[in-house]
Design a protein around this ligand. Structure first.
Ligand code: FES
Length: 272
């Protein structure tokens, strides 16, 4: 069928099938602004999260545990910080406990359809923008190793559900005071609440989630519940990019809030 003919070898977008235009592109707007801003935003998060993940300190301030370190699975979470801890990894895990955890949310975001677009454009210029040819000579898309591994995203979605569940639990625990008495609220509780709403909205707006919920159905009328859920997920899905950024910022802010309180730079204001 048309469109599936073998491509002329080796030339990427500059094949003989491309219109013979003497300039790299014909766009006159500031098309570079979006990929440049995207790259700057992602870079800022990478720098911040790398610092925090390897810091291995200031991630617990009762009753808050940083989302970067939760659930804290190494034994020293308890010995060092008296934080919530499942002790799964015992004492042999010598590096920062955040590394165990961050594999899952980072894997989810790295393989996310939106973030793929974002960093393919922002960092690899592949392509940098619509109707702007990429500089690479060859293009295989995501059909080969290593990018074919992006298909793992649907499995990371299930891991992300677990992560969102854990962060929900942490948000419930944030309704205590620093002596673990229930029925209290501080500014941190609000920070955690905003974050968990955005984390769930981003997770449920995932394209894989939309397919899991309503994909492969021949007759929506025979599956009214799934149809309603699909409609809900579809509405979120339309805002996937926005939710991706909002939840990225909120999770970094939640971690930073815990850092400020745990390091003594800031006192968590209590409402009641
Ligand atoms: Fe973005 Fe699944 S597509 S999280």
């Amino acid at each position: 069928p048309p469109g599936t003919e073998p491509r002329p070898p080796g030339d990427g977008v500059r094949t003989g099938t491309r219109a013979a235009i003497g300039v790299p592109h014909l766009r006159t707007d500031r098309w570079w602004l979006a990929p440049a801003a995207t790259a700057a935003g992602l870079l800022a998060f990478v720098v911040y999260s790398t610092w925090r993940a390897f810091a291995d300190a200031d991630y617990y301030a009762a009753p808050y545990v940083s989302p970067f370190y939760s659930p804290c699975l190494a034994e020293r979470c308890r010995t060092m910080h008296a934080g919530p801890n499942a002790d799964l990894f015992g004492s042999w895990w010598a590096i920062s406990p955040a590394i165990i955890i961050l594999i899952f949310p980072l894997g989810f975001r790295l393989t996310c359809y939106y973030y793929r677009k974002a960093y393919y454009r922002g960092f690899w210029l592949s392509p940098p923008a619509c109707a702007v040819a990429e500089p690479h000579r060859t293009y295989t898309g995501e059909t080969r190793f290593p990018l074919i591994l992006q298909n793992i995203h649907r499995y990371f979605f299930y891991a992300a559900l677990l992560v969102a569940g854990v962060l929900t639990y942490d948000t419930v625990l944030a309704f205590r005071d620093s002596h673990y008495r229930w029925g209290h609220m501080g500014l941190g509780t609000v920070v955690f609440l905003v974050n968990i709403v955005l984390i769930w909205a981003y997770t449920l707006s995932c394209h894989s989630c939309r397919h899991i919920v309503g994909g492969r159905l021949k007759h929506f009328s025979r599956h009214p519940v799934r149809y309603r859920m699909w409609g809900f997920v579809s509405r979120l899905n339309a805002r996937h990019m926005l939710l991706a950024w909002a939840s990225l910022v909120s999770v970094a802010l939640a971690d930073f809030y815990v850092y400020l309180v745990a390091s003594g730079a800031f006192d968590d204001p209590r409402f009641f």
